[in-house]
Design a protein around this ligand. Structure first.
Ligand SMILES: *[C@@H]1O[C@H](CO)[C@@H](O)[C@H](O)[C@H]1NC(C)=O
Ligand SMILES: *[C@@H]1O[C@H](CO)[C@@H](O)[C@H](O)[C@H]1NC(C)=O
Ligand SMILES: *[C@@H]1O[C@H](CO)[C@@H](O)[C@H](O)[C@H]1NC(C)=O
Ligand SMILES: [Zn+2]
Length: 387
């Protein structure tokens, strides 16, 4: 296993990474994004030199920054419309299928946050997706590579993981407060680095289910020997790469000061309801729920339903999409008034529910439940190593 791991590592070390490692070995690490105390940074490194380490295995730390940069430049800028556009160009080396996986993973971020990944046209600062499994940390200016590859680094959550680095996030288990939540088993660690950093945690909790969290056996020296053990309950799952957690979404929205009402429902079944239910829902709200069940179709049912009635449901409405975007095909078009509503089934493993209200009359809202129906056999990219 050790040998296999080393082989994997070699496999993953592309020339640019080797250069990066050499830079680290041969020269002093340099400061990365010396962010100001005033800005919100979840996981922004703003470290003394000695605290920077190669440990963030898949993060390329930039060296040779000339002078202190304003932290705002580590974040992607927000345009007038409140959206944070991140231009992306995917190398022509990727197949159509791989492109569709990448597009799907990025779409989830675009749907749930104010960060919108857009096709690059002529923008100067942009992400260039090439083969590998790494990312720079935050926006570095100009063209910045993000490495992704099939059979190792292309699960939905793995794609989001690398992109999250480019948005400015470090690994969850590197958070300043991690020792309260996990124990690092140093004697089992073969490679990588499990240091912690003086992160700003945005007032949001530690998240075992983050796509930014390493798995229990990542970089282990032998099978069955965990490198990270959650405390106090060692059986809490860590290292999922199925997709953004609710807190991942909340952290992106907080770091980028987005005003988004969105949640992820990642369990095989559950329920959700309008804000304040059964008290009246708020005026002027727009909320999204992304239901995501791995390799299964989704069955959605409204248990109660009471929305303001209007012609064409132009005031308050529910709308359900067959996919993870408002551009996905519509399963249930704008619906309002009192129920009952027809049940809906998504043809794939994601479904998006939108609930919009206008500025006047409100009502009690709705409560809905969902479950999985019909397993679908989709070959999913898996068996990845996390770098
Ligand atoms: C995207 O990258 C390809 C190389 O993979 C390049 O040929 C193309 O010009 C780039 N497009 C943009 C808009 O940057
Ligand atoms: C981005 O480009 C791809 C083709 O490379 C296309 O399929 C997709 O629709 C484009 N997306 C947008 C938002 O224009
Ligand atoms: C919504 O707005 C109306 C009129 O502007 C107001 O009477 C009502 O109390 C508001 N409802 C809520 C839940 O805030
Ligand atoms: Zn990483």
């Amino acid at each position: 296993d050790h040998l296999r791991k080393l082989k994997m590592m070699k496999y993953f070390l592309l020339p640019s990474q080797l250069a990066f490692l050499c830079n680290f070995v041969l020269s002093k690490p340099v400061q990365v994004c010396p962010c100001s105390e005033t800005a919100l940074h979840v996981h922004f490194l703003h470290l003394a030199e000695s605290e920077i380490a190669v440990h963030e295995g898949d993060i390329l730390l930039r060296r040779g920054q000339r002078s202190a940069i304003n932290c705002e430049s580590c974040l992607w800028p927000k345009s007038q419309d409140g959206l944070v556009k991140v231009p992306v160009n995917i190398s022509s080396d990727f197949s159509l299928t791989e492109r569709s996986w990448i597009a799907d993973a990025l779409q989830e971020v675009s749907t749930l946050t104010c960060v919108k990944f857009v096709n690059r046209t002529t923008e100067t600062d942009y992400v260039y997706v090439e083969h590998g499994c790494w990312s720079y940390f935050g926006k570095i200016g100009g063209r910045q590579a993000v490495g992704l590859m099939k059979n190792g680094c292309m699960d939905k959550g793995a794609i989001q993981h690398e992109m999250n680095h480019a948005l400015g996030f470090i690994h969850e288990q590197a958070r300043s407060d991690r020792d309260k939540f996990v124990k690092i088993v140093w004697e089992h660690i073969m490679a990588g680095n499990f240091g912690k950093v003086k992160s700003k945690n945005l007032g949001l909790p530690y998240d075992y289910s983050s796509v930014m969290h390493y798995g229990a056996y990542d970089f282990s020296s032998a099978p069955g020997k965990p490198t990270i053990v959650p405390i106090p309950n060692p059986s809490v799952p860590i290292g999922q790469r199925e997709g953004l957690s609710n807190l991942d979404v909340a952290k992106i929205n907080k770091l980028y000061k987005c005003n988004c009402c969105s949640s992820v429902l990642p369990k095989p079944k559950g329920s959700f309801s309008s804000v304040n239910y059964p008290s009246p829902y708020p005026n002027n709200s727009n909320c999204l729920w992304l239901i995501r069940i791995r390799q299964s179709k989704i069955f959605l049912q409204f248990e109660t339903f009471d929305l303001q009635t209007s012609s064409d449901c132009s005031s308050d409405y529910i709308k359900v999409y067959n996919g993870n975007s408002k551009n996905s095909p519509v399963l249930l078009d704008k619906y309002c008034g009192k129920g009952p509503l027809p049940s809906v089934v998504a043809s794939g493993s994601t479904m998006l529910v939108e609930f919009a209200t206008d500025e006047t009359v409100t009502a009690t809202g709705f409560r809905a439940s969902y479950s999985q129906r019909f397993k679908i056999q989709v070959p999913a990219p898996k068996d990845f190593e996390r770098f």
